[in-house]
Write a new protein. Structure first.
Length: 117
């Protein structure tokens, strides 16, 4: 049975671990998607963007080596090209992302998770 909450989680990230701990401490039962092991599809990313209400550049980690290596700082790149880059290199996805129903937040700081209640 699917849970109401989903956490796009990178266990190697302290902010992602903090979000997991916050959800657990709040008694929220969450589906965990370790997106580095199970990368999101183009459709998944477009769905997340809609729930987040953000542009694709807002969910890309521009401090990653993969960002520079792929030339993603080029402002002429289309949303499709940026999404394809995230699909290819999921480390580029901002984290943590928490989804509840039709809404989502980037869980930094962890208190932003409360916006989903």
């Amino acid at each position: 049975m699917a849970k109401d909450w989903t956490l796009y989680h990178n266990p190697g990230c302290s902010k992602s671990r903090a979000a997991m701990a916050y959800l657990t401490d709040e008694g929220i039962d969450v589906d965990v998607v370790e997106y580095l092991d199970a990368p999101p599809t183009e459709g998944d990313i477009r769905n997340l963007l809609g729930k987040l209400g953000l542009a694709v550049r807002d969910i890309i980690r521009d401090g990653e080596d993969e960002y520079d290596e792929a030339g993603l700082g080029d402002e002429t790149l289309s949303d499709g090209a940026l999404i394809a880059a995230i699909v290819k290199q999921p480390i580029l996805l901002q984290r943590p992302i928490i989804v509840r129903g039709d809404s989502a937040v980037i869980g930094r700081p962890t208190e932003t998770i409360d916006d989903l209640r």
